[in-house]
Design a protein around this ligand. Structure first.
Ligand SMILES: Nc1ncnc2c1ncn2[C@@H]1O[C@H](COP(=O)(O)OP(=O)(O)OP(=O)(O)O)[C@@H](O)[C@H]1O
Length: 827
């Protein structure tokens, strides 16, 4: 028994050794390993053979299973990554500069085919989204352009709406402004827009050439018809149809390219504007709150830029084609009719241009004013939507309707005024361009007949056929040829008149373009001014800037400090750059230092400048004097008074301003977010709202207290070193308020709270009181535990005790009132 068991264990040992050897040789030399398996298998007993076979099958099965699972997981990961990228607003690419965004391309429901199409590299990929790589405008480009936009112009230092509007017109200023904008929309000769403009020009030239061929063919067909020359007539008709194919293609392409050019202009401008408007300099905030050069930047960006681009692209087409026609047809007419006719035609043009320019109303100014009024109307509607709930509560419908009716009426009155002005101008324009020009055309066409010696090639052929000895057949031919010449020249003149007319009509379009140009220039110059912090004029050697104007900002901002420090810093409401008014001093000379762990409560009456301290710290308002030191942006979070909920998913509300991709990259997960929600007592939200991916109008979904708790969840997610909380718990209950503060402190977040609530003092180590002194511009800092703070607390306790001592008297009085009331009721 013992021997057999020893034998078995020997065999097991041998087998194990064999597998160890097998595994080793499989890794080192697979061919040798296979040979080993074969030889071992051949000399093994039947049972061992079965075991080996089973093991081999098991290995093969598990390897296959493993590979399939791995592939599945890879696919799932790739899909998730793609989904993620598509949801993210933008993803920074590896060059650290370009951004990648995915935009939905299909307006129709997705078909299974479009869904499964593969993603390609390049600008546009398959699927229902397009991958767009955006290369932001370089800093040097802005610096190079600054010179063009900061020179005093309609959008210059004094650039408010009305000044710019008054200047809008076809003048030197317009050319300057247009060329400045042109440097943005066509930055280089080798750009895509230049290529589009070039191709468009080629189509315009070929269209003119085709018109020339049509004019000649027209004359020939009429001549052959009158001569009853059927064969040539039919051949002429054949050519006519042949010409129709390239002519109609050219016309369609001209319209298509015009639209493409408009889109190319718009895309260039919009990307440029987005880059400067949403830069680190906070253009979107400062345009309204610091500069004040324009009102309603949204209207400028969404409507005026589009109008400018459409107008510029159509003018290029409407001026380009007539200009090419003008040159070629003039040359041809000069050859046919001689120099006299051409001098007449040009004098006619010059006179017409002068007449129209003298009587033309100020279309540029009118267009700019119309754009502004449309903007006001739109703004009024936006305001209504944004504040719908508040207005509904106040029952302010009537009031708002009156504002909307009034702003709409102003638009309509202005448009009606333009229409009325246009009636008399259009009458004059039509009379000159259509009827006077046609009459003159007949006169010029008759020149070869009545004044052949003055009339080019047609006059020469006329003279050759007017000798008295001419045969009857030749006389016949002369008349038919006259007909052919007349038809050709008439068509050429009609086309020339059309070209000239369109150029003249373009005077009006040009004036309108000047209006839009002035608006877009105004927007760009304001953005450049804000971007460069360039307010005020160059000071003369002995000139001193008026104190606390935007030309008098001399403070220093230090970033990367381990705490928060204000050193001799005044807190000033900035006066708008447009008005040049000095700012109003709220706090004269702030001197505080907040180290990590120094939780501080900023308190004071309404409007004394508590939130303004946060504005200066966040860089929204300028530091006029002294020094402001603060941590790096990642280490400090601001929680403004009004909670802001962004567009996007429920998850986006917690991780704002991070994207989902940023969250994953930082190691965040939905489970961790859930932990945060539990801390702020909002764990029921994902379940109630249908998960993290739910998209809603969150500002209407959350209650006031929930909004504030979501804001605290943001702080906990970001986990900064400092958090500035402006009235962040005014809507939450006292117990939750305490909880939120304790959690933040537990996470080692130093809290700077702005609040009226004395109850919050217990979560802080110091209190900054502002709005003190006779002028309300002084402050005091009391650390908890100091004699001063104890005195304050003692005083508060004394006050409370005094109040408590009156409680019995109040109770008695209350009872008295109740008795009186019940007595009355009984009576
Ligand atoms: N963008 C602005 N332009 C002009 N004045 C402003 C601007 N923002 C605030 N102010 C003014 O600055 C003053 C201080 O405002 P701030 O918001 O700092 O007050 P506060 O002390 O926080 O008041 P509250 O307790 O009511 O929140 C107020 O008189 C306010 O009207």
């Amino acid at each position: 028994m013992a021997a057999s068991s020893t034998l078995r264990s020997d065999r097991t040992k041998r087998m194990l050794m064999m597998y160890a050897q097998l595994a080793l040789s499989l890794a080192q030399n697979p061919r040798l390993a296979l040979q080993l398996i074969r030889s071992q298998y051949r000399y093994s007993s039947g049972r061992i053979k079965a075991v080996i076979l089973l093991l081999a099958l098991l290995t093969a099965g598990s390897v296959t299973f493993g590979i399939t699972e791995l592939q599945k997981r890879r696919k799932r990961d790739a899909k998730e990554r793609r989904e993620l990228h598509r949801q993210s607003s933008s993803v920074l690419l590896s060059d650290g500069w370009s951004r990648e965004i995915f935009v939905p391309t299909a307006n129709k429901p997705l078909t299974s085919k479009s869904k499964s199409s593969t993603v390609e590299s390049g600008e546009v990929s398959g699927d229902a989204t397009a991958r767009v790589v955006i290369k932001p405008t370089k800093k040097v480009t802005f610096e190079a352009h600054r010179r063009l936009f900061l020179q005093s112009g309609s959008g210059g230092k004094s650039g408010n709406g009305s000044v710019a509007e008054k200047k809008a017109g076809v003048n030197r200023q317009f050319l300057k402004e247009f060329s400045a904008i042109w440097s943005i929309i066509v930055p280089r000769l080798q750009s895509k827009t230049s290529a589009l403009l070039f191709i468009h020009a080629l189509f315009l030239a070929s269209r003119t050439y085709l018109s020339l061929l049509v004019a000649k063919l027209d004359g020939q067909i009429v001549r052959d018809l009158i001569a009853a020359n059927g064969k040539d007539f039919l051949r002429g008709l054949g050519y006519w149809f042949l010409l129709a194919i390239p002519a109609s293609y050219t016309n369609a392409m001209i319209r298509f390219l015009q639209a493409k050019i408009s889109i190319a202009f718009r895309t260039k401008l919009i990307r440029y504007i987005h880059d400067i408007y949403l830069s680190k300099e906070l253009g979107y905030y400062k345009v309204t709150n610091i500069d004040g050069g324009i009102e309603g930047a949204d209207q400028y960006i969404t409507a005026d830029v589009t109008r400018f681009c459409d107008s510029a692209a159509s003018l290029y087409s409407n001026l380009g084609k007539p200009f090419a026609d003008f040159i070629i047809f003039s040359y041809q007419l000069q050859r046919n009719l001689g120099p006299l006719a051409l001098i007449g035609i040009f004098s006619n043009y010059a006179l017409t241009a002068w007449l129209l320019k003298s009587v033309a109303p100020p279309f540029g100014r009118l267009a700019a004013a119309e754009a502004r009024l449309e903007g006001d109307y739109r703004n009024a509607h936006t305001k209504l939507i944004t504040n719908a709930e508040e207005i509904a509560f106040y029952d302010g419908t009537g009031f708002e309707r009156a504002i909307l009716d009034k702003t709409y009426k102003r638009v309509i009155v202005h448009i009606s005024k333009i229409l009325k002005i246009k009636v008399s101008y259009n009458m004059f324009e039509d009379f000159i361009l259509k009827y006077s020009w046609s009459a003159l055309g007949y006169m010029f066409a008759s020149l070869p007949v009545f004044l052949p010696t003055w009339s080019g090639n047609d006059g020469i052929s006329e003279l050759a056929t007017t000798t008295p000895s001419i045969s009857l057949a030749k006389r016949d031919f002369r008349e038919r040829d006259r007909m052919k010449q007349f038809i050709t020249n008439k068509r050429l003149m009609l086309s020339l008149a059309d070209a000239g007319g369109r150029m003249m009509y373009s005077i009006k379009d040009l004036a309108e373009l000047a209006g839009y140009t002035s608006r877009v220039f105004q927007l760009l110059s304001t953005l450049h001014r804000v971007h460069a912090n360039s307010y005020g004029h160059e000071l003369a050697p002995n000139e001193v800037a008026e104190p606390f104007t935007l030309a008098d900002v001399h403070g220093t901002v230090q970033q990367g400090f381990e705490g928060v420090r204000f050193e001799h810093t005044p807190i000033v409401i900035p006066g708008l750059a447009r008005t040049g008014q000095p700012g109003e001093v709220l706090i004269k000379d702030l001197n505080i230092r907040i180290n990590p762990g120094d939780h501080i409560l900023i308190s004071g009456a309404n409007g004394v400048g508590k939130s303004s301290i946060a504005r200066v710290l966040a860089g929204l308002w300028p530091v006029y004097r002294g020094l402001v030191s603060k941590p790096l942006p990642k280490d400090i979070t601001f929680l403004p008074q009004r909670p802001y909920l962004s567009h996007g998913t429920l998850r986006d509300q917690i991780i704002y301003p991070d994207s989902h991709a940023d969250m994953l990259e930082a190691g965040g997960t939905d489970a961790k977010l859930m932990e945060i929600l539990k801390l702020v007592r909002l764990e029921y939200i994902p379940g109630r709202e249908g998960g993290w991916e739910t998209r809603k109008q969150w500002k209407d979904v959350f209650s006031g207290g929930e909004k504030q708790r979501v804001m605290f969840a943001r702080i906990l997610y970001k986990n900064p070193k400092f958090a500035v909380i402006d009235e962040g718990t005014s809507a939450v209950s006292a117990d939750v308020e305490g909880l939120l503060y304790e959690i933040c402190k537990k996470q080692s977040i130093t809290l700077v709270t702005i609040s009226h609530r004395p109850s919050l003092l217990k979560y802080h180590t110091a209190q900054l009181r502002v709005g003190l002194g006779a002028n309300g511009d002084e402050w005091s800092l009391e650390r908890s535990g100091t004699a001063e703070a104890r005195l304050t607390v003692d005083k508060e306790i004394e006050d409370l005790k005094a109040k408590l001592s009156q409680v019995d008297a109040w109770k008695a009085r209350r009872q008295q009132i109740v008795d009186e009331l019940s007595g009355k009721t009984a009576a």
